[in-house]
Design a protein. Sequence first.
Length: 365
Amino acid sequence: MWMQEALDRFDQANSTALISKINILNNLAHATAQQGNIEHALAVTEEILSIDPENVEAKKNKIHYESLIKKRTLVVEEQQNDSTVNSLKEHEIQYVSMNNKNFQVKNQRPGTYLELKSRQPFEQLCRQQHAQLSPKRQATLFCRYRHNKHPYLIFRPVKEEQVLDEPGIFLFHDVVSDSDIEKIKALAVPRLQRALIRNAATNTMTPADYRISKSTWLRDEDSPVIARLSQLISALTNLTMETAEEIHVVNYGVGGYYSPHLDFYHKWENPAYFRKAGNRIATWMTYMSDVERGGATVFPLSGGHVVPKKGSTVFWYNLNASGEADYRTLHAACPVLIGNKWVATKWIHEYGQEFRRRCSLDPMV
Ligand SMILES: O=C(O)CCC(=O)C(=O)O
Ligand SMILES: [Fe+2]
C-alpha cells in the first residue's frame, strides 16, 4: 500500500529522478509478489524495464515471475484433470494492462476467517470515525465521574464514558499519566517479541497472520509503576487482581492489526486453563499512544468503535453476570495506517469476583 502511495506521489510530483522511481517500483514488485499477486509484480517489473531496458535485476525477476505464473497455470489445469497440457508456450500470461499506471492491488483475504460474518462489518467499522449507533441507542449512553468510594479514587474521580450499550463498553479517560506510560514502554521495549498464537492441533506457539504486533508481559513485581496500574484497575473496576493475568503490552507498527476475536476461551478448547482462575471475565485495555490514522478498537457485531487516546482505557465484560460467554464482545484492532499504537491489557478472571460482581441466573444479564 505504501509503495503504491509513494509511486502515485512520485508521478504527481512529475519528478525526473528516474533512479528513485525504479527503487519504488522494485519495492512495489517485491511487496506484491510476497502477497501472492504475481501478475501485479510482473506488470510492475515490465514498467521498470520500459524505463531501463537493461536493468539486470528486473530482467531476472521478469523471468522468475513468468515461470511462477506458468507453473501455477499448469497446477490449476492438472487439478482440473485437463490431459491436454503439452507445452508451456500454449499458456498465455494474463497480466495487468500496462496502460493503467495506477495498478490495482488485488490482495487476497486471509483464508482463516474469510467465511466469518464479522469480516465485512470489521472492515467497514475500521473506515469510520465513531460508533455505529442509532440516536435512540445513543440516548441511553451517559458520562459520569466514578470513584467507587475507594480511597484511591475519592479525591480524583475518573471520567467514565459509556461508548456502547449492548454489550456495555466503557471508556475511562486520562487514567494513566504520560510519565507512567513512558516508564511502562521503557520496561517493555527490550522484551518485545512478535505475538504468537497457540496452534491447538500441535500445541505449539506460532506467528499468526491475523495478529500482527509485538508484545510482552509485565508483572507487578517488575516495577512500582506496574503494581500501581494493577491497583488502579482494581479500584476502578471493583474486581480483584488476585486471579488476573499479568499486564500484556502490545506495540503495533504501520499495518499492524488484530482481526476479530473473542478474549474468553471455551471449556472444550483447554479445560485445564479454567482450573486456576476461571475464564476471562473482563478486559481492561489502556491506550499508551494516540494513533495518527487507523488503529481503532472495533466491535463488529455491535457497531462499537473506540479511537485510541493516550492515557485512556477501554473496559468491557466478556461474560454475562451468569457466567455465560457474551459473543457480542467480538472485537478487533483495525490496521494502523499512520503512526504507531501501544496498548497495555489486563485480562481479569472469574475466580475471586463472586462478591464483587453480582451474579444472575439470567444468561442475558
Ligand atoms: O489493540 C486493540 O485495540 C485490541 C487488542 C486485543 O483485542 C487483544 O489484545 O486481545
Ligand atoms: Fe482482544
